[in-house]
Design a protein around this ligand. Structure first.
Ligand SMILES: [Zn+2]
Length: 154
């Protein structure tokens, strides 16, 4: 997908949330408590709710976005830039492109996406955004990120 198409397809946070919600439902969601696989989606607090026992799962929980407060659209744009572009973007450039005022959360997001990309590369050749599937959404080992942060000079 070209960036122009991407921005036309995902013009706002709402369309991005819709996309993530659908991707997670497509890849299958099991209730942590009763293992039922049918859920409704609560737009008010962005949570899935088990149709059987009512247990809720956050839209970000169990994904690379867990513990992040950045908008979904930031993540999607960042992944798009990092996976489709031949040019390498630094966290600073991405921060500038997103117009986000704090560097730290953007830097963390970039590190996490790098980790997912690396894990994926071991299995697949990196493909386009359309591959933003359950594999890409999977949770990243938090320790490896903390370790990286400690070793980093940033
Ligand atoms: Zn349940």
């Amino acid at each position: 997908m070209e960036l122009r198409e991407f921005f036309e397809k995902y013009p706002d946070e709402e369309t991005c949330i819709e996309e993530f919600k659908n991707k997670r439902l497509e890849s299958g969601l099991d209730c942590k408590k009763c293992e039922h696989n049918q859920h409704t989606f609560r737009r008010t607090d962005l949570k899935f709710q088990c149709k059987k026992c009512g247990t809720r799962i956050g839209l970000r929980s169990g994904t690379v976005m867990e513990n992040s407060n950045l908008p979904f659209r930031h993540w999607m744009i960042c992944i798009e830039l990092m996976t489709l572009s031949k040019r390498k973007f630094s966290a600073l450039q991405i921060q500038y492109l997103l117009g986000h005022k704090r560097y730290e959360p953007i830097w963390l997001m970039v590190q996490k996406i790098h980790l997912v990309m690396r894990t994926r590369d071991e299995k697949y050749r990196l493909k386009a955004y359309t591959d933003f599937d359950s594999e890409f959404l999977k949770e990243i080992e938090k320790n490896s990120i903390l370790q990286k942060r400690n070793n980093s000079s940033i």
